[in-house]
Ligand binder design. Structure first.
Ligand SMILES: Cc1cc2nc3c(=O)[nH]c(=O)nc-3n(C[C@H](O)[C@H](O)[C@H](O)COP(=O)(O)OP(=O)(O)OC[C@H]3O[C@@H](n4cnc5c(N)ncnc54)[C@H](O)[C@@H]3O)c2cc1C
Length: 388
């Protein structure tokens, strides 16, 4: 074995979490390498937020994360906060702005975030090896990683290979396989922050609305999001739908409130068709198709109190049962992953295997849309970086 291939810390995956962990390990004087399968580091960061990277959110709270253990995120998020990352961004004089609801984006390009992370890695002597495929991982007195070209050894091994979303961007199941190899439970990964697909029946009823969008409120149980909803040719998308998709399960329904801010839909009983009146509140095509489908084909002033109640009820509680999601190829993130019960929430180290760490999206932690997933990557990467 060449001595140069021996490191204190090897991190697999040069994404958001892996690079942050590498910086922190490097700061502590640990000899650190990051092994990346792709030709360059941080590819997902580059395409994130429409190329502007929504790198964090000022409203970070543990309630914005789904996980088998909802408290798991608390420790890392409280020790490396959104303000710590904002300070790093400001130190590098990267211009940013708040788009809405606390979502912070680069003003110019996501590439400034990648350049910042790589500059920090360089500053702290981190080695980044790209275009490297790992063939096997074994545990002897140390971890031994066999790649196509050479062997690497390390005392701390960090898996930061992300989720299963967007395979064409290089997502692999490697992280889950390593977890299983070392006897750790993996919660079945599933697409999240993903468009939903109509059932056959709903497709016949509503696919002609493709391109229509409106602001609505979606709900599953106590979980609600109010934002834009977009009809696509296959189903529903837009931020509100992506958010609720993370909570939705196959075979289940969810509700849309088409008019969340309107209590009395027709305060005046004027002589106009219901669809005409609704077209003042909703896109015309939606109002027409919806009234046709649910047979509200009469005039407002002719409605009985019972009919008006049922109209209002349906508008505020429109129940949809999608067939499925658009899958990993369209999912922004992956829900599920390495079971948080298997990991220390303080260090991210596996309880059953000293020296083995899991960080970022490969872990069963999924944030809301709006910069939450990157904050989890920074915080979990930082937390592990203090101990590896
Ligand atoms: C289109 C899109 C836009 C997004 N926009 C945002 C946004 O604006 N804000 C936000 O908060 N979140 C956003 N996300 C989610 C966010 O990108 C991820 O949650 C985040 O990147 C996860 O960080 P990570 O380091 O865990 O994984 P990743 O960033 O996915 O990094 C994992 C790395 O591991 C490498 N890898 C995988 N397998 C192997 C292997 N076997 N060997 C070596 N290397 C391997 C990958 O090539 C990759 O470089 C977006 C996601 C997508 C798909």
């Amino acid at each position: 074995m060449e001595q140069s291939n021996h490191y204190d810390v090897i991190i697999v995956g040069a994404g958001a979490a892996g690079l942050m962990c590498a910086i922190e390990a490097g700061k502590r004087g640990r000899k650190t390498a990051v092994l990346e399968r792709a030709l360059e580091a941080g590819k997902k960061i580059l395409i994130s937020g429409g190329g502007r990277c929504n790198f964090t959110n000022t409203h970070i709270t543990e309630h914005a994360f789904l996980s088998g253990n909802p408290h798991f995120v608390r420790s890392a998020l409280s020790r490396y906060t959104q303000y710590d990352f904002i300070k790093l961004v400001e130190d590098y004089q990267i211009a940013y702005y708040e788009k809405k609801d606390g979502q912070l984006f680069c003003r110019e390009s996501a590439k400034h975030i990648v350049e910042m992370l790589l500059a920090e890695c360089l500053k702290y002597g981190v080695t980044i090896v790209t275009n490297t495929k790992i063939i096997s991982v074994a545990k002897e007195d140390e971890f031994v990683l066999t790649t196509e070209r050479k062997e690497f050894r390390c005392s701390s091994l960090v898996i930061a290979t992300g989720g299963a979303s967007i395979p064409k961007m290089g997502a692999t199941r490697f992280g889950y396989e390593i977890a299983e190899q070392f006897g750790l439970n993996v919660i079945r990964p599933r697409p999240a922050l993903v468009p939903l697909v109509w059932s056959d029946r709903e497709a016949l009823q509503f696919s002609m609305l493709s391109g229509v969008s409106f602001r609505g409120r979606v709900r599953i149980g106590e979980t609600r999001f109010e934002d834009d909803i977009l009809f696509t040719h296959r189903g529903l998308s837009g931020p509100a739908i992506l958010q609720i998709s993370s909570y939705w399960r196959e075979g289940k329904e969810f509700e849309i409130d088409l008019l969340p801010d309107t209590e009395m839909i027709f305060p005046e009983r004027s002589h106009q068709k219901i669809s005409t009146g609704l077209a003042n509140l909703l896109p015309r095509r939606l109002a027409d198709r919806w009234c046709e489908e649910y047979q509200f084909d009469y005039f407002v002033d002719q409605c009985t109190a019972e009919q008006m109640r049922s109209l209002e009820m349906l508008l505020h509680h429109w129940s949809i049962t999608p067939q499925t999601t658009e899958g990993f190829s369209k999912a922004e993130v992956t829900a599920g992953g390495v079971d948080t019960d298997e990991l220390s929430s303080k260090t991210m180290e596996a309880k059953k295997m000293n020296g083995l760490y899991f960080i970022g999206e490969v872990v069963d932690v999924t944030g809301w849309l709006g910069g939450y997933n990157f904050q989890w990557a920074w915080s979990s990467g930082w937390a592990s970086g203090q101990y590896v």
